[in-house]
Design a protein around this ligand. Structure first.
Ligand code: FMN
Length: 123
């Protein structure tokens, strides 16, 4: 199977799951046969602000290829900048982006705020 010019060794890919697909989970799935891994959903806005906790979501395990980073946001300029930041930080093969609309953004902002207060990081 191919995604653009990325050749996958099998059709088994790890779906992006917010709060689940952290680096340890991805490495286990890769060792168990996932041909493609994907990070958790990462806020493009937080990447543009270079939020430290958000940057930690970009951590890759050694040899994580092919690997994808999933970012979300509503501002195309910010998303383009975040994609560049994620690419430079990880050397990932794919950037998956989710463009959000207003109600979703508002919900994510509230959830991010709560996560920040409770756990100290922004989604
Ligand atoms: C806990 C959980 C978190 C998820 N988070 C995301 C996410 O952050 N981004 C995304 O695109 N899809 C997310 N999804 C959707 C999955 O990537 C996948 O598309 C969905 O589970 C359908 O696949 P399935 O039929 O194999 O479950 C999430 C799903 C679950 C169960």
């Amino acid at each position: 199977m191919r995604i653009g010019n990325i050749e996958l060794s099998s059709r088994v890919a790890l779906a992006p799951m917010a709060g689940v697909t952290d680096v340890a989970f991805r490495q286990i799935c890769s060792e168990l046969g996932a041909a493609l891994t994907c990070t958790e959903l990462i806020s493009s806005r937080a990447l543009c602000y270079r939020d430290k906790k958000t940057f930690s979501l970009l951590t890759q395990f050694p040899g994580e290829h092919p690997g994808a980073v999933q970012i979300f946001g509503s501002d195309p300029t910010c998303m383009a900048e975040a994609a560049q930041i994620a690419l430079e930080a990880t050397g990932c093969d794919i950037i998956d982006h989710v463009k959000t609309q207003f109600p979703y953004c508002a919900a994510m902002a509230v959830i991010s705020f709560v996560m920040y207060i409770v756990f100290g990081f922004v989604l």
